[in-house]
Design a protein around this ligand. Sequence first.
Ligand code: ZN
Length: 129
Amino acid sequence: MVATKHCCWGECKSDSRFPHLLHPALKKRLQEGKPIFLPFPKKSQGLERCLRWVNACGRGKDFTVDKVTKYTYICYLHWPGEAGPPKEFGVPLKATLKPKEVLKATKPKRPQPSQPILQRASVLEKSHS
Ligand SMILES: [Zn+2]
């Protein structure tokens, strides 16, 4: 028995109870025996990281760090390439990005692990205008 997992990101409807409704990229992962849901980082594991993930989900005040439990999951779709975080601390793409901005954010570039994600986001916005 596997507990039900569903994605908490934006409008995403990924739900382990309904595998036939999953995004093709997730179905493929399932077929390959790969995980499709990631446990959300908990507040107790680092508030800053938890906050970043919660913010990325773009759910507003309905979803806060205090709503994160061990049953909170996010699916692998919300990183560039729909393949999950490139490293342990990869923050999901922002749910509030417009398709054009997502395209920009998913363009391959050199990793800059030391740069705060918020700073990177503002750089993106500036180069956009
Ligand atoms: Zn999802």
